[in-house]
Design a protein. Structure first.
Length: 318
């Protein structure tokens, strides 16, 4: 079965192919003989009731000196595609949401969108974890700095972060005695206008912030523990964390079993769970990463599992 696969992603000429999970997906699709199409940045649009895109034929190669080639771009209906991979990084801002609405139109026209556009809109990556309170540490989300300050006083040491960040940006570790607490809360909430999240600090972060990948609700059997380095408390690879592959623990598998079926029901075919110690802290649905690192450490083909799921969905029941 040969499929037409379109990808909506950040500019392909700027990616780091050794770490880019979208690139791993494109390589796997190419190996399987699927036809690849690149949606030019800003290239989604509507023509009346039809979802359209500026599409260029795409070739990919696992070669650092020249990893992609593009053919001539043209405007085409997205209904001509079998699959659209929606893989742009946060923030989930107005432009992102508008693109997701266009992809919902394409979905209604019969295109398989990975991940489901409604789920991308509904599942904020910080708030989505709170759908599974049995898995999460104590958490409070508020605009009012007094409510967040009260939470800090109750739990002693906390992590404070915005709802739309990624890569460890604008994440603070603070305590009630921190002389900078007021300014941190003012900055994160923009003076009480924006929601911010406070979560009890988990000292297990020293052993790594684990990224667990779910493919169609099922966990990959290994996770990537992103371990803080030096004086840094954040484990994010973008913040200098070191990635170390590990087998899933029994608790990791329990969390995946709690979360996986609901995310599969919502059409979240490829998801990254962030777990610190015994607790789920985030559910990443927009552009989860770590495929390349786990494949390299354990001889896996995670993108192959993903395309098995995609092809099964396109083939339909039976």
């Amino acid at each position: 079965m040969s499929l037409d696969v379109a990808v909506v992603m950040d500019p392909i000429g700027k990616i780091k192919i050794g770490k880019d999970s979208t690139f791993a997906m494109l390589l796997e699709a190419s190996r399987r003989g699927h036809r690849l199409h690149y949606v030019l940045p800003g290239g989604l649009w509507l023509d009346g009731e039809r979802a359209m895109a500026r599409l260029a034929p795409l070739e990919v190669r696992d070669e650092p000196a020249g990893w992609f080639g593009l053919g001539e771009a043209a405007s085409r209906p997205l209904a001509a595609m079998d699959v659209v991979l929606m893989r742009t990084d946060p923030p989930v801002d107005a432009n992102y949401l508008h693109d997701s609405h266009i992809l919902s139109v394409a979905q209604a026209e019969g295109v398989l969108v990975v991940n489901d556009p409604a789920g991308l809109r509904d599942l904020n990556e910080k708030l989505g974890a709170l759908l599974f309170p049995q898995c999460c540490p104590p958490t409070r989300v508020a605009r009012d700095p007094d409510l967040l300050r009260e939470f800090v006083a109750e739990h002693g040491e906390v992590v404070l972060k915005p709802l739309d960040g990624m890569g460890g940006r604008s994440i603070f570790r603070a305590s009630a005695a921190d002389p900078n607490l007021n300014v941190i809360l003012e900055t994160l909430t923009q003076g009480g206008r924006d929601l911010a999240l406070a979560q009890r600090y988990l000292p297990e972060i020293k052993d790594g912030d684990k990224r667990i990948l779910l493919v169609d609700g099922e966990p990959v059997p290994y996770c990537l523990a992103r371990i803080p380095q030096g004086g840094e408390f954040r484990g994010n690879l973008a913040a200098g964390g070191r990635g170390e592959g590990r087998p899933l623990s029994e608790r990791d598998r329990w969390i995946a079993a709690q979360v996986g079926p609901e995310l599969r029901r919502r059409g979240m075919i490829f998801v990254g769970l962030d777990v610190i110690g015994d607790y789920l802290t985030e559910v990443n649905v927009t552009s989860p990463t770590c495929i390349r690192e786990l494949d390299a450490q354990f001889g896996l083909n995670i993108a192959g599992l993903l395309f098995d799921a995609i092809e099964a969905r396109r083939a339909g029941p039976g």
